[in-house]
Design a protein. Structure first.
Length: 154
């Protein structure tokens, strides 16, 4: 069963002015327990009360459709300030924002790049980083990227 197709109609019933978006859905096993994690967000952010309301509404719907025989915990939350960038839309929305890119292998002796996302192309991205006081642009092939997330600049 596709959990997103079950959850999507529910998020529109939450009574918000702005659209709630499902950022990620994970079905994981941790410490012997199954966990269904649903990360939701809006442009203004998701409040704790909204997360709790979504959790309750989603839980009722998942119990109704009986999507699994396994016992599991449901976690509905917002992604936080350093949320992962997991799809093309989120990547395009992050242009000119401060991000962290980790790679599978070293590029110019680095595996982590923190800076401003400048370009997104089909085969690569360009990030502008401050390396020891010097601004440097790195063109990183997408196939070398292990993760991308928003970053907080101090």
């Amino acid at each position: 069963m596709d959990i997103l197709s079950v959850v999507s109609p529910i998020i529109n019933e939450c009574g918000r002015k702005s659209q709630i978006e499902i950022v990620d859905i994970e079905w994981v096993k941790e410490a012997g327990s199954y966990i269904l994690r649903i990360i939701a967000d809006t442009k203004e952010g998701l409040t704790i009360d909204e997360s709790a309301k979504l959790n309750e509404m989603i839980s009722l719907k998942l119990d109704e459709v009986d999507f699994t025989e396994e016992e599991y915990f449901l976690e509905v939350s917002s992604p936080g300030l350093e949320m992962p960038i997991k799809n093309e839309k989120a990547l395009l929305d992050a242009i000119n924002q401060y991000i962290c890119v980790k790679t599978y292998e070293k590029i110019d002796n680095l595996k982590e790049f923190i800076g401003y996302l400048k370009y997104v192309e089909e085969e690569y991205i360009v990030i502008e980083c401050n390396i020891k006081g010097r601004i440097k642009k790195f063109e990183i092939e997408r196939k070398l990227i292990s993760s991308i997330r928003h970053a907080v600049k101090f």
